[in-house]
Write a protein that binds this ligand. Structure first.
Ligand code: ZN
Length: 456
């Protein structure tokens, strides 16, 4: 009796495991853009990318990458987009796809793959981002209000869609919302990508195995960081794919579109790429110039009420003047008086708060330098006024850097005090902003706001 019952329970448990195991294939999320707009902006942005990168002309190599890509698209049953696959000469181990289809494979990725399935795995993962429309889904979530205004009529052919988006801060710069994916998007791209691989005849485990190999080497090997800074590791990649294997197309998984070793030899023989005017870090497409400033009229001053309110969300709290308003936008928080906001997206007076996830652990000095470089790309004439100083904020090691840049107010420079805080797995930062002549009067209030910062 006891034995029998135990068997029944075990059998039920096994059934339950099997039933719970199958994950539904992900679908595209909320999106204010049409599929056609994804395609249009992707083509606009592709022109920027190709000014920045050297596209490899070798026919054998390009046709090999195209055969792998098209095999995935056709046999994988992916929704049709005008996909294109180009090889760009860059030693970092990366590949990226723009909304609507254009994909770029770094030569560093071809060198690093152990077999064709691993290369196909990265392509399948990127293709999944395209058909799940992750880039414009993230832009939609981050900028819904502005996008509704722009797409709902104001946008009538004046300038390219990519140009309009760049002005709104949705360009291709480092940390672009279009190319820097959330962990949820990463899991979805792994899931759909591995199904596509299996259908195309590649062993889907190889994708996860390659990502885990790169992750393990990311501390020791240069050129890996770029991939993980835009595709954060969702964890347990091999295990997750293994769990779904029973529900994927059965092999044989021996697909081959050519000889990978021969392709590596072609890559090794490529002459040095001609120098491009590259303002970005390698691996970070960045054709976007800073958005033009609105040149608004500067108010004589902004009111600061003496009583405070507390903003609390996203794992932290901070006090601010009661008449300043806090607004969250996909993880970033702006706290400003109404008079301090110019043309919606520019802060003339206020505090900007955000966090950048780290690869593995934050390196305070290095990550602060990277952040300052990325700020310099999005802000006109950014200058470092004083080298970073070590401070402690809410018990955590931090750096204070004094910067200046052009203010959104006409003919005005602003002071930007950047505080970067080592939160272990993320670089948390605040930027205190005011026109230079007004900054000293606001500084005591900024300081007491910083002292009130608490992590939960
Ligand atoms: Zn990804």
């Amino acid at each position: 009796m006891m034995f029998k019952r135990a068997t029944a329970v075990l059998a039920l448990a096994a059934l339950a495991l099997l039933a719970a195991g199958q994950k539904k294939l992900p679908k595209p999320g909320w999106n204010l853009f049409s599929k056609e707009q994804d395609i249009q902006m992707g083509q606009d942005f592709a022109r920027q990318v190709e000014q920045q990168y050297h596209v490899v002309a070798d026919k054998t190599l390009t046709s090999y990458i195209n055969r792998i890509g098209m095999r995935l698209v056709e046999r994988g049953g992916l929704e049709k987009y005008p996909f294109s696959f180009k090889v760009v000469q860059d030693d970092s181990i990366n590949a990226f796809a723009l909304p609507g289809g254009p994909m770029y494979v770094h030569t560093g990725l071809i060198k690093a793959a152990d077999n064709e399935a691993q290369l196909a795995g990265v392509l399948a993962h990127e293709l999944a981002h395209v058909v799940l429309r992750h880039g414009t889904n993230q832009a939609t979530k981050a900028n819904a209000t502005q996008l509704i205004a722009m797409l709902g009529g104001a946008f009538l052919g004046s300038g390219s869609l990519a140009g309009q988006l760049t002005q709104m801060g949705i360009g291709l710069g480092a940390n672009s919302v279009l190319l820097r994916f959330s962990r949820g998007a990463e899991s979805d791209a792994d899931l759909l990508g591995s199904h596509v691989m299996a259908k195309a005849g590649y062993n889907p485990i190889e994708m996860a195995r390659f990502f885990e190999k790169l992750q393990a080497e990311s501390g020791k090997r240069s050129g890996v960081a770029e991939f993980f800074s835009s595709h954060p590791n969702p964890g347990n990649r091999v295990k997750n794919v293994e769990g779904q294997l029973p529900y994927m197309a059965r092999g044989p998984y021996g697909a081959s579109e050519g000889d990978l070793e021969k392709m590596k030899a072609i890559v090794a023989r490529l002459p040095a790429a001609p120098k491009k005017t590259q303002s970005a870090q390698p691996g970070q497409p960045d054709g976007a110039a800073p958005a033009p400033l609105p040149n608004a009229a500067k108010p004589a001053s902004v009111p600061v009420s003496s009583s405070t309110a507390t903003y609390r969300a996203g794992g932290f709290s901070i006090d601010h003047p009661r008449n300043w308003t806090a607004a969250a936008n996909q993880g970033a928080v702006t706290i400003a008086p109404p008079e301090g906001l110019v043309a919606q997206s520019h802060i003339g007076y206020g505090v900007f708060i955000n966090a950048l996830p780290a690869q593995s652990r934050v390196s305070l000095e290095q990550d602060t330098q990277t952040l300052i470089r990325s700020l310099a790309r999005n802000n006109s004439n950014l200058r470092i006024e004083a080298q970073p100083q070590r401070i402690t904020v809410s018990g955590a090691p931090a750096l204070m850097s004094r910067l200046s840049s052009d203010s959104p107010y006409a003919n005005t420079r602003e002071t930007d005090v950047l505080i970067t805080i080592d939160r272990g797995n993320a670089l948390f930062y605040l930027i205190f902003i005011a026109p230079q002549p007004d900054f000293p009067a606001l500084e005591p209030m900024f300081q007491s706001a910083l002292r009130s910062l608490r992590f939960e």
